[in-house]
Design a protein around this ligand. Structure first.
Ligand SMILES: C[S@@+](CC[C@H](N)C(=O)[O-])C[C@H]1O[C@@H](n2cnc3c(N)ncnc32)[C@H](O)[C@@H]1O
Length: 353
């Protein structure tokens, strides 16, 4: 296969995994699609909205949801288990593709201060984590996922990636973010309350235990990692039942340092992959379940705004990213919609954790 052919195939594979594990269902796995370009606005989202809402073929996507409530159809157990099965089936990790465009979308990551700490929520095989680790050699990435298999794969991929020395810089950990609390060693209550209050927390005996359990990540005088400068949620929130999104976001905000940023990218309303879902795949309003049980939600800017504001974050950037591409074989046009968001935790915010 020549280089162009290889690129096309890689594009197709990348979309295949994005679709199977992060988008709608692809009609054909072999369809060649281009990867999302940074901050594109190939078309106006409002034009797509008008087009979709005027088309009777799409009317079932717009109607109020009257089927089984998403809370039962897509319980956390069911949803996380579906993701675990998904990763077991795709254990080869051959669909792995770096999300380099994120560094342009979020220039704070490569330009962050020395030793910035990042939490990648729902890291999968590490597509986002690799790009971040590569972008700045002092960055430390903590990465969680509900699947042990994918965490192992991410660790293997990142360890074998040229140019990344992961010693002390990559820490994967298992966690279902929709129903569990982050471990205290990321950012414990005592640290939050003692931020700026010198060293009183160091005397807390529970921190000594933490230091023993996680020696590599704890500095000489630290009790815990001390909170995150950034939290990234890249195509993860859409994979979690809608009813559990508020508590999931609250969890993520709880480990963010005051002044820290939450970086968000996910599926936007009327993305091509949403319009491909069939009526019986609806499990909620704008929420769908693939045949493998994994979920996909499609966000409006207002929904994202409400969810993150409710968690006390300040909106810095929020917009649709609209990419038009053409299938080289069929000539069919494809309109992709993503939501790009950047939110900040207030400096003085008292955390309820
Ligand atoms: C579409 S993938 C995105 C992966 C990664 N963020 C990236 O940029 O490629 C969604 C990931 O979220 C994980 N996930 C889904 N529900 C989760 C949950 N409740 N807790 C933790 N991870 C979850 C899945 O296992 C999957 O790896």
């Amino acid at each position: 296969m020549d280089l162009a052919g290889l690129e096309t195939r890689r594009g197709a594979l990348s979309m295949e995994v994005q679709e199977a594990g992060g988008g709608g269902e692809l009609g054909s796995a072999g369809e060649a699609e281009v990867e999302a370009e940074y901050h594109s606005r190939d078309f106006e989202w409002e034009d797509l909205e008008a087009e979709v809402e005027a088309d009777p073929a799409f009317s079932y996507h717009l109607s109020p949801f009257s089927g089984q409530a998403a809370g039962t159809a897509s319980s956390p157990q069911h949803s996380s288990e579906a993701w675990r099965c998904f990763h077991r089936r795709h254990a080869s990790g051959k669909f792995f593709k770096e999300r380099r465009y994120l560094l342009k979308e979020f220039p704070e990551l490569p330009n962050s201060e020395d030793c910035a700490k990042i939490l990648e929520v729902g890291c999968g095989n590490g597509s986002t984590a690799v790009s971040i680790l590569r972008s700045n050699e002092s960055i430390r990435v903590f990465a969680c996922d509900c699947s042990k298999d994918t965490l192992e794969k991410a660790n293997e991929i990142i360890s074998n990636t040229k140019g990344i020395d992961i010693k002390d810089r990559f820490q994967p950990f298992l966690m279902d973010v929709s129903k569990e609390n982050f471990p205290d060693w990321l950012f414990c209550k005592a640290c939050q309350s003692s931020l700026g209050k010198a060293t009183e927390f160091i005397l807390d005996p529970s921190h000594h235990k933490l230091r023993k359990e996680h020696p590599v990540f704890l500095g000489e005088n630290q009790c815990c990692v001390g909170g995150m400068d950034f939290v990234t949620m890249i195509f993860t929130l859409s994979a979690i039942p809608f009813t559990l999104m508020p508590t999931t976001i609250e969890q993520c905000v709880s480990v963010l340092k005051p002044g820290g940023l939450l970086l968000f990218r996910d599926y936007g309303l009327y993305d091509m992959t949403m319009l491909r879902f069939l009526p019986h795949q609806r499990v909620g309003f704008r929420e769908y379940m693939r045949s493998d049980g994994t979920l996909s939600y499609f966000f409006t800017l207002d929904t994202v705004r409400e969810l993150f504001h409710a968690a006390g974050l300040i909106e810095l950037e929020l917009e649709y990213c609209c990419v038009k591409s053409v299938n080289r074989k069929s000539g069919k046009k494809m309109q992709r919609v993503w939501v790009h968001g950047k939110f900040k935790k207030e400096k003085h915010q008292a955390d309820a954790r």
